[in-house]
Design a protein around this ligand. Structure first.
Ligand code: OAD
Length: 261
């Protein structure tokens, strides 16, 4: 049976006594599970919602192996554009606060659906990138990797060829219908089932298997905290819901945890 939910839109009104406070205070193992909304204040668009990338383009035209086979130039140009955006982005206060938590918990596992590398840029270590990374291109034939910046510099209009086998390069991200990188989801699921505190931040919680981590954590008894500007289909699983932008809510959550000692 889940306990009554705490709602906050400022982060200032979180309680200082009660059973959830005790669970937060006692938490030794934590997982942060992030999605595109975390990088919104770094200037990167989300996929869904108003102004989202998938409002302007259809995922099946860009983010599937079939789209790449059908029209590699369009897909490559779109990822080259996204890479340019990502290359110009810097971590925001939420990424930096999450990196700071490595000193707070006995273990902290960051699991992200984002391909922007901003957790790593903020200083988080051991990040599990469920959907790969846009920092690299990969040969679609022999899997040889090359920094995306070098690949785009060689050709921004069509996929460059692999220097080793002449195969087409593609971004090193996971497309719809593809397997997640081997072992990465399993490691994330293990950390989620062992977590005392599980923060889900900036994700619409709609893309599986990734979103299933929230269910695993809730089922395993973690204190689940959701940070999002809007409710999600899995909001009901959260013990604490913080309704607001990640760059404000995550540092506020950190201040609350600091006050608990
Ligand atoms: P989505 O675009 O689906 O969801 C972004 C979420 O962030 C939404 O729930 C928004 O309400 C929320 N949000 C927006 N601005 C925010 C802010 N400033 N602070 C906090 N939350 C905010 O992104 P993901 O859930 O990451 O996969 O999407 C999951 C996957 O779908 C992506 O990894 C990508 C995409 O298609 C692949 O490409 C395989």
């Amino acid at each position: 049976m889940r306990q009554a939910r705490i709602e906050s839109s400022t982060g200032l009104d979180l309680p200082t006594t009660g059973s959830m406070v005790e669970r937060a205070r006692a938490a030794r193992r934590a997982v942060v599970f992030s999605g595109a909304g975390l990088s919104k204040e770094s200037g990167l668009d989300t996929f869904r919602g108003p102004g989202g990338l998938w409002e302007r383009m259809r995922p099946e035209d860009l983010a599937t192996p079939q789209a790449f086979a059908r029209d590699p130039e369009t897909v490559w140009r779109w990822y080259a554009w996204r890479w340019q955006q990502v290359a110009g982005a810097t971590p925001n206060p939420a990424h930096r606060e999450i990196a700071r938590w490595e000193g707070r918990f006995e273990s902290l596992q960051v699991v992200t659906q984002n391909v922007d590398g901003l957790h790593l840029a903020a200083g988080s270590t051991g990040v599990l990138e469920l959907h790969g990374t846009i920092a690299f291109a990969r040969c679609s034939v022999c899997s040889r990797r090359e920094p995306m910046g070098e690949a785009v510099a060689r050709s921004a209009q069509e996929p460059p060829r692999c220097p080793a086998c002449s195969g087409c390069l593609r971004p090193d991200v996971v497309w719809f219908g593809e397997q997640l990188p081997e072992g990465v989801f399993e490691a994330a699921a293990e950390a989620s089932s062992a977590a005392h505190l599980f923060l889900t931040v900036g994700t619409s919680a709609t893309v599986y298997p990734a979103a299933g981590l929230i269910e695993i954590a809730a089922r395993s008894g973690a204190l689940v905290i959701e940070v999002n500007v809007e409710p999600t289909p899995l909001s009901d699983l959260a013990d604490v819901r913080m309704a607001g932008p990640a760059a404000e809510m995550v540092p506020a959550l950190g201040r609350w945890l600091d006050r608990l000692g």
